[in-house]
Design a protein around this ligand. Structure first.
Ligand SMILES: [Fe+2]
Ligand SMILES: [Fe+2]
Length: 471
C-alpha cells in the first residue's frame, strides 16, 4: 500500500495484483461498469476529448493530473489514503481498541447497508445528469459536468472495491445491483429519494451539486471517522475529489446570481426574466426544492440506526476526532423539534439517537455560508432581496415533519396544494428555465443567464478549449 497509483488495467494503490481472486472479480465487473457508463453516462459526448483531472497519487500536493481524455478511457480505479499504523477506534463503545482491517461478523449487515447506500448515490447522479451536456452554458461548464460525472463513477469504484474485497458473494451481488438500479425508474429506482429527482437543466444541476453533493460530503466525513479502516481511508480520499463538486455548485449558482443582478439593473422594472435571465424568486424556489430533498438524505431526527452505527464505531460525527470532547456521546441529550398532536414541541433525545440531526446541523450551517456569499453579491449590486434556506420543516418527506405541510418559514399550513407553486418550481417555471437552456459550445462564449467564472480550470483561461468535439 503506497501513495503511488499503479498503472495496471485497474489503477490502484491497494496491491491488487497481490490478490488474484479479487483482481479477477473486479476485472469481471469492469466491463459491466463500462457498459453501464456507455448506456447511462453523458449522452452524446463519449467520443469528445475532455480536459479532465485524473488521480495519479494520493499525496495531498500532487494527486491530480490534467489532460485531454475521452471519457470511456478515464482511468477509474481504487485509491485509498495510506494506512496509519496504530490507529484506534476513537468513538462509541470500543474506544481505544485497534481499528478493524476486516469486517467484524456482527457489523457485517450494518456496514454493507451503509456502503451500498453510499455507493448507490454515485451512479445515480451520473444518470440524473446524463443529458445536460446538450445544453451546457459554456465549454468550461461542460467540462466541469463531465469531471463531476467521471468522479462519481470513480466513487462507485471506491464502494465496489469495499464490497468485493470484504463482503464475499453478497458483495459481488451488491456490486452488480449498483449497476442495475436506475435513477427515477418505476420498478428499480435508486435507493434514496433525491437521487430519483430529475436533474434536467443546469439550474437544478448547480443546486444539486451545491446541496445534494454536500450531503455526500457530510456522509463521507462521518464514515471517514470509521473504525472499519478501509472504509475510513476510502472516504478520506473521496472527500478530496468531492470538494470540486460543491465548488461547481456553489460557484454555479453564484454566477447565475451575479448575472441576474446585472440584468435586473439593466431593466427598468428590475425584471431579470425580461432580459433573458433567471429571476431571484425562481432561484429561491429551486433552492427550496433541492435543499429540502437533500435534508431528507440525513434520515429521521431520531434514529436507532444512527445510534447503533455510532456505538459500533462505524459512523462518527463530522470531525469526531477533533471537534468533540466526549466521544462516547453518552449521558448527554440533544434538544430538537418534534411534532406532537399537530403542534411543534421541543423534546430532549439521548445524544446517540439524535446523531442524524447533529450531522444535519453541520450541513445546514455549511449551506448557510454558501447562501451568505450569494447574498453578498445581491447586496453589493444594491438590490433588495435575500435568498434564504427554508425552514427544516418545509417540504420534508422523511422525519417528524413529513406528516404535515409547512411554509418556508416553518408555519403549518392547510392550503399547501394551492400555494406550493409559490414556494417550489411550478410547471411554468420549469418551462421557462428549460427555454433558456441552449448549448454554448464555443470557447470563451457563455449563455445569457449566467456570468463567466473568475478563473478557469488548472490555471487555464475561461476561453480555453475544455472539450474538443470529434471532427
Ligand atoms: Fe460522490
Ligand atoms: Fe459528488
Amino acid at each position: 500500500m503506497t501513495a503511488h497509483i499503479s498503472d495496471e488495467r485497474i489503477p490502484n494503490n491497494v496491491d491488487l495484483s497481490g490478490d488474484k481472486r479479487l483482481q479477477r472479480a473486479l476485472e469481471q465487473w469492469q466491463p459491466h461498469f463500462l457498459d453501464w457508463w456507455k448506456e447511462m453516462g453523458p449522452e452524446g459526448f463519449q467520443g469528445d476529448d475532455v480536459y479532465l483531472r485524473t488521480a495519479i497519487s494520493v499525496e495531498p500536493g500532487g494527486w491530480a493530473h490534467f489532460d485531454y481524455v475521452k471519457m470511456p478511457d478515464y482511468r477509474w480505479g481504487i485509491f485509498l489514503e495510506p494506512k496509519e499504523e496504530g490507529r484506534t477506534i476513537h468513538f462509541g463503545d470500543h474506544i481505544g481498541q485497534p481499528v478493524w482491517d476486516e469486517v467484524p461478523g456482527e457489523l457485517r449487515n450494518l456496514l454493507r447497508r451503509l456502503i451500498v447506500t453510499q455507493g448507490d448515490t454515485e451512479p445515480a447522479s451520473v444518470e440524473q445528469q446524463r443529458r445536460l451536456g446538450h445544453t451546457a452554458p459554456s465549454l468550461y461548464d461542460l467540462r466541469n459536468l463531465f469531471q463531476v460525472n467521471v468522479e462519481e463513477g470513480r466513487h462507485l469504484w471506491a464502494m465496489v472495491y469495499l464490497l468485493q474485497r470484504y463482503f464475499g458473494r453478497d458483495g459481488r451481488e451488491e456490486a452488480e445491483g449498483l449497476l442495475e438500479r436506475r435513477s427515477g425508474d418505476q420498478d428499480r429506482p435508486r435507493i434514496l429519494g433525491a437521487f430519483n429527482e430529475p436533474t434536467n437543466h443546469w439550474l437544478s444541476f448547480f443546486m444539486f451539486t451545491m446541496f445534494t453533493d454536500r450531503d455526500g460530503k457530510y456522509q463521507l466525513s462521518a464514515l471517514s471517522e470509521s473504525g472499519f479502516d478501509p472504509l475510513s481511508r476510502t472516504c478520506r480520499f473521496m472527500l478530496t475529489e468531492e470538494a470540486h463538486h460543491m465548488f461547481v455548485g456553489e460557484t454555479g449558482v453564484g454566477r447565475i446570481v451575479e448575472r441576474t443582478v446585472e440584468l435586473m439593473k439593466k431593466d427598468p422594472n428590475e425584471d431579470a426574466r425580461a432580459q433573458g435571465g433567471i429571476d431571484l424568486q425562481t432561484i429561491q424556489k429551486y433552492l427550496n426544492l433541492w435543499y429540502s430533498v437533500s435534508l431528507d438524505l440525513f434520515g429521521g431526527e431520531v434514529s436507532s440506526n444512527a445510534a447503533e452505527a455510532f456505538a459500533a464505531g462505524v459512523k462518527g460525527r463530522h470531525k469526531e476526532a477533533t471537534r468533540f470532547e466526549d466521544h462516547t456521546a453518552l449521558g448527554s441529550v440533544y434538544s430538537m423539534e418534534e411534532l406532537e398532536g399537530g403542534k411543534v414541541v421541543k423534546r430532549e433525545v439521548p445524544m446517540r439517537n439524535a446523531l442524524n440531526e447533529v450531522l444535519r446541523d453541520d450541513y445546514v450551517e455549511d449551506c448557510q455560508r454558501g447562501v451568505d456569499r450569494w447574498n453578498k453579491t445581491i447586496r453589493e449590486a444594491g438590490i433588495q432581496f435575500e435568498l434564504a434556506l427554508p425552514s427544516r420543516r418545509f417540504h420534508r418527506a422523511i422525519g417528524s415533519f413529513a406528516e404535515v405541510r409547512c411554509d418556508p418559514s416553518g408555519n403549518l399550513v392547510t392550503d399547501w396544494d394551492a400555494r406550493q407553486g409559490e414556494w417550489l418550481p411550478n410547471a411554468e417555471d420549469e418551462v421557462y428555465i428549460k427555454s433558456l437552456m441552449h448549448a454554448v459550445h464555443e470557447p470563451g462564449k457563455i449563455a445569457q443567464w449566467i456570468a463567466p467564472p473568475r478563473k478557469g480550470i488548472n490555471g487555464q483561461p475561461f476561453a480555453f478549449d475544455y472539450v474538443r468535439r470529434p471532427e
